[in-house]
Design a binder for this molecule. Sequence first.
Ligand code: WT7
Length: 647
Amino acid sequence: MSDTFPPSAEMAANAHVDAAKYDQMYAASIADPEAFWGEHGKRIDWMTPYTQVKDVSYDFGNVGINWYADGTLNVSANCVDRHLATRGDQTAIIWEPDSPTDPSLHITYNQLSASVNKMANVLKDLGVGKGDRVVIYMPMIPEAAYAMLASARIGAIHSIVFAGFSPEALAARVQGSEAKVVITADEAPRGGRNTPLKANADKALATCDASVQCLVVRRTGGEVAWDDARDRDYNALSAAASDVCAPEEMNAEDPLFILYTSGSTGMPKGVVHSTGGYIVYASMTHEIVFDYKDGDIFWCTADVGWVTGHSYIVYGPLANGATTLMFEGVPTYPDASRFWQVCEEHKVNQFYTAPTALRALMGQGNSFVEKCDLSSLRLLGTVGEPINPEAWNWYNEIVGGGRCPIVDTWWQTETGGHLMTPLPGAHAMKPGSAMKPFFGIEPVVLEPTTGAEIEGNDVEGVLCIKDSWPGQMRTVWGDHERFEKTYFSDYKGYYFTGDGCKRDADGDYWITGRVDDVINVSGHRMGTAEVESALVAHPKVAESAVVGYPHDIKGQGIYCYVTLMGGEEPSEELRKELRTWVRTEIGPIASPDLIQWAPGLPKTRSGKIMRRILRKIAENDYGALGDTSTLADPSVVDDLIDNRMNR
Ligand code: WT7
């Protein structure tokens, strides 16, 4: 039996949802999803109220997901306009810059409204309209949130590309979504260094359609190249723009945004989220999971380039009229107390971060935390990967002072919001467990090969979800077939998450990690196929296979087996060259941690690489290689084991 941490009496008494209410609401959500979501959809302001709630088919070949399909609304009106009468002067966004000596900003809802309306008018003037795509490649500055809300306001579909991605990755996403405009900034300061975003965008746009315009926000004032035919000065245009722009009336099922994410095969896929269902789900999970109350200061440390930033920096909090903190920097700059200094300075109440950041900070010692006053904290959260008990205990004791519940939220880019997590006032937490499904979520554990549902407790298998929820992705941009194939074909009639899980003796859920060829590096999802195709694009590389291996800080590191072209010699220099190559092809987050030269790869007689074996070798676990008799040439395995120190 693992340690359990029941909610404090105070939390249980004051939280939005206590144990009895969870049981009652969960049961109601499963018994009658129509009634449940029909009721909770009302938390959003609709222009035309919906009369239909749920219309969903998970049938392979005919998958269609619709929520509130006859309702109309505008997400920016829900995140901005509807708060103006009651909280126009309340802070909507606290912006904390990269450098602690630069001033932070407090942006009120009134100010947010003016900026969003202006940017909406700027985009309109650039010819952007309903249904057009806008790519956002930005630092973590308020203008990134304005850009999202301005797109939503005029009915354009935004696609954010994380500022750490390379020009090549940016270009692929601009082309993939056929965007009309790319919004960027001169430079992105992070950890005291400036990434040249505009220069990256220039490189990317050189390979895109000439009609794509580039709207440039001034952040550092750094020197940038300028192409009068294509580049537009945001600061000048928005100063001249009107701060009134009527919100477009959108159908609930119109796409709100696209977000590219890695899969187990090929190019990243454009996950498409809807307008109505998404905003209902993001706002409800934000309020209930974080026990957000009026006046609280909420801080999610993610970047808006990831879904966490979409749902829990911008859309969920702002739909709830919250004060959301947006941080431009990194946890270790200028030193390892930065997170805690920001918590102290802005009196943060809910703090939400990734296990990888906690592990890195934990290694620096407790003094960085202990010198800060963290008495404002009431709740902590984690996301992105399983949290190891050591990091959980450190978070609980050293950061939370033993007083704050920790919500370990399991979800995915595809799910729009949390699917499983303990609720702070309802559930006794277990370190490392995502615990319980959120309302409306029916997790099932399947036998991996037969796909049969495994009933009962103390069981392990593949995690699928039985029925839809409003925040679910609707399709893969431009490729509905890929959507069906990825999520609805292996286990018919269910949504396949790609994760494995355990349901323990108490019926609580533990995520055990991906069961597909996706790895999780510092909470970022990486398709091994993507790294492989970057490697084989190098002229000296004949073949490669990439797997994850356990890494103390990152959770998983990137382990690359590389077979060189005939006549090429392995060298330290070439290793460095390949690392740089992958960084330029994809971005620094895809940097190989270990490269092992592999004269041959273990393949079946039909030529399929046996990754299971490569994973074991990368984990230093050769006792458990399993059956190697189907290999075309079993001797390559011995060779890889003998040479694994050479990496
Ligand atoms: C994958 C999704 C959801 C926002 C961040 C990542 C893993 C996510 C947890 C957690 C264990 C987790 C899963 C999932 N994951 N949260 N609390 N415990 N694993 O979004 O990039 O779409 O990655 O992250 O493997 O499938 P993403």
